[in-house]
Write a protein that binds this ligand. Structure first.
Ligand code: ZN
Length: 304
């Protein structure tokens, strides 16, 4: 936390220096300046926005929002923004300081306002709020509704377009939810067990009938310290006794601990899941729809 504070002071001076020369973004064009905090949310906002404007995303593909350290350009983006879409639920721990330091007057919109917050069940952060609500597609649908209504109110001239884009997207999300349910139910119940790098799949597990039996970091946030030898040994025992044939890494994370656990427990490491971020353009995780489809297909193949 101390480190972030120092950074924000540096940032503030950057912004004060920069503000004199800024053209004021898209002011006068009638299009809102919109920021989304991370890639998954940015993709949802952009899909509802369509061609009306380009969403500025702070933490991009393969980026780790838990441990993100803002750069000067992020402060400038907030200072120019009319709207900031954020996940909330404790995900963007760095955003309040960045927002204050930037002098932004943007309206902040927490898209998970309709989500019943999950709690972490296992590990050192048991009881903490789980931020990974987008892993339940029905919660993503609630987020899209918030995005649609916010954009329509902010930019009434294009409200009909936002409503049409959201309606088409909600239909695709409904189909995605059905697909994930069908695929997960193709696995025997005793195979629907997940071990991941950090505790990112709690909402996914609850919605789609899986049990999370352990995670390498023992934490919902990737900020946790490295696991001890005893914690790793316990996870190896859990994996062995569970009978699962494979465990999972994530696109945002170093896979060293998972690889060690898999080797010692005698199970496979599945291809990385897209958990807290989209993949790069051109990968199977380049959009939210694609990443969720890829994840369930990867899980089913690995656990069959
Ligand atoms: Zn996470």
């Amino acid at each position: 936390m101390r480190r972030v504070g120092v950074r924000v002071f540096i940032l503030l001076s950057f912004i004060l220096a920069a503000c004199g020369g800024l053209p004021g973004g898209a002011a006068g064009s009638g299009q809102p300046n919109v920021v989304a905090t991370f890639s998954v949310l940015g993709n949802m906002v952009q899909t509802v926005a369509g061609d009306n404007f380009k969403v500025h995303v702070l933490v991009g593909p393969d980026g780790d929002t838990h441990t993100y350290e803002p750069i000067a350009a992020d402060g400038v983006a907030l200072a120019q923004a009319d709207l900031i879409f954020e996940n909330g639920l404790g995900f963007e721990t760095w955003l309040n300081k960045l927002y204050t330091a930037s002098g932004s007057k943007a309206k902040r919109v927490v898209v998970t306002s309709g989500v019943t917050p999950g709690k972490i069940a296992i590990g050192s952060e048991a009881g903490a709020t789980d931020p990974h609500a987008w892993q339940d597609v029905t919660y993503s649908m609630a987020m899209v509704a918030v995005i649609r209504d916010t954009l329509a109110a902010q930019d009434p001239a294009h409200a009909a377009a936002y409503q049409a884009n959201a309606a088409a997207y909600l239909k695709q999300l409904q189909d995605l939810d059905t697909y994930i349910q069908q695929q997960s139910s193709s696995l025997p119940a005793d195979r629907r067990r997940l071990v991941t790098n950090h505790d990112s799949l709690g909402y996914f597990a609850k919605r789609y009938g899986f049990t999370v039996i352990g995670d390498a970091l023992g934490a919902v946030s990737t900020e946790a310290s490295e696991p001890s030898a005893a914690e790793i040994a316990r996870l190896i025992d859990e994996v062995k006794s569970s009978g699962v044939p494979a465990i999972f890494t994530e696109n945002i994370e170093n896979a060293a601990v998972i690889n060690q656990v898999a080797q010692e427990a005698g199970v496979k490491v599945a291809p990385p899941l897209y958990t807290d971020a989209l993949g790069q353009p051109g990968t199977p995780g380049e959009t939210y729809l694609k990443m969720m489809r890829y994840n369930i297909d990867t899980i089913v193949t690995a656990l069959k």
